[in-house]
Design a protein around this ligand. Structure first.
Ligand SMILES: [Cu+2]
Length: 175
């Protein structure tokens, strides 16, 4: 069978259910088109976009110093560290762990510095579903004010190797 040109009047305008679904999809596209910039400016869980260049080795040193001066406990061998209210906290992403465990106070504001010292990871705070990309070489600063107490899990949502599924961490929030 040979390839032949389609008839000149091949186009048939969508009608019925097809027209309805295309219309709904288009309407939803328009809603998202407006919602994305809206969330960017008015969302309560947005990054401020504050970030700095940092060498992984240097970031590791800051994390070590932060742990050394603010450690208040230990859970399963991982230090629990409580930064001063209004102060800086450090969180290191590395295959395949988040380090250390942060202990924060409800209603206090912190500057949480997050970086990776090897490759790209994804910071996903659960169950709030706050998500940020964590890259080596960048100190990503999150201005964080916990509004509820409890234990929050951090999972890595950027595939980072065979231990990716084990890469969990936690943030404890107390009164
Ligand atoms: Cu990871």
């Amino acid at each position: 069978m040979s390839i032949h040109t389609p008839p000149a009047d091949w186009f048939k305008a969508p009608h019925g259910a097809e027209r309805l679904w295309i219309g709904l999809a288009l309407a939803w596209c328009m809603v998202m088109f407006v919602a994305m910039p809206y969330w960017h400016f008015y969302g309560k869980q947005n990054s401020t976009g504050e970030g700095y260049r940092v060498e992984p080795r240097e970031f590791s040193e800051r994390v070590a110093k932060f742990v050394e001066t603010n450690q208040v406990g230990e859970i399963q061998g991982i230090p629990v560290v409580e930064p001063a209210p209004g102060g800086d906290a450090y969180l290191r992403a590395q295959m395949w762990a988040w380090y250390p465990i942060l202990k924060l106070r409800k209603g206090q504001t912190y500057r949480v510095h997050i970086s990776s010292i090897d490759l790209q990871h994804g910071f996903s705070l659960q169950p709030l579903n706050m998500n940020f990309q964590i890259l080596p070489g960048y100190d990503h600063v999150l201005t964080l004010t916990p509004t509820s107490t409890g234990e929050f899990s951090i999972v890595c949502n950027e595939f980072c190797g065979v231990g990716h599924h084990l890469m969990t961490g936690r943030i404890l929030v107390e009164e």
